[in-house]
Design a protein around this ligand. Structure first.
Ligand SMILES: Cc1cc2nc3c(=O)[nH]c(=O)nc-3n(C[C@H](O)[C@H](O)[C@H](O)COP(=O)(O)OP(=O)(O)OC[C@H]3O[C@@H](n4cnc5c(N)ncnc54)[C@H](O)[C@@H]3O)c2cc1C
Length: 99
């Protein structure tokens, strides 16, 4: 059982739906898996993606520009917890995690 929540300007609609597969994340693995699974016409697949449209971050298509996306919401801006024996040169011994 799966619930679609569709947002219109003045209302929300919740749709009950039976699906064969629900994939979370349409990155490399999720997209390939969704494409392969949906080759079977009897299978219904939903893919949920939390990230924005690719066009929001044009730099993300230019490999050498990847560093401009670090520590932004494009890479989820993850940081490590304070390290005990590593990141000794970093402020508070915390490092950003490039995604
Ligand atoms: C800068 C950079 C350059 C790279 N260059 C190359 C390269 O040249 N060649 C190569 O082979 N590999 C490259 N890689 C590695 C490659 O991108 C990754 O190994 C690959 O994308 C991992 O695939 P994945 O499906 O596991 O994760 P991802 O592709 O990261 O997909 C995960 C998806 O899940 C979504 N998500 C996360 N949380 C949620 C949630 N709660 N709900 C819904 N969706 C969610 C994310 O938005 C994302 O779209 C590069 C990686 C980086 C960071």
């Amino acid at each position: 059982m799966f619930f679609f929540i569709v947002q219109f300007p003045d209302q929300w609609i919740i749709i009950n739906y039976e699906l064969s597969f629900t994939l979370v994340g349409s990155g490399t693995a999720g997209s390939v898996l969704a494409a392969r699974l949906s080759e079977d016409a009897d299978v219904e697949v939903a893919v949920l993606e939390a990230g924005p449209e690719e066009t929001v971050y044009p730099n993300h298509n230019v490999p050498l520009e990847f560093f401009t996306l670090q520590n932004t919401e494009a890479d989820w801006a993850y940081r490590t917890v304070t390290q005990k024996n590593a990141c000794l040169g970093m402020e508070e011994q915390v490092m950003t995690i490039v995604k």
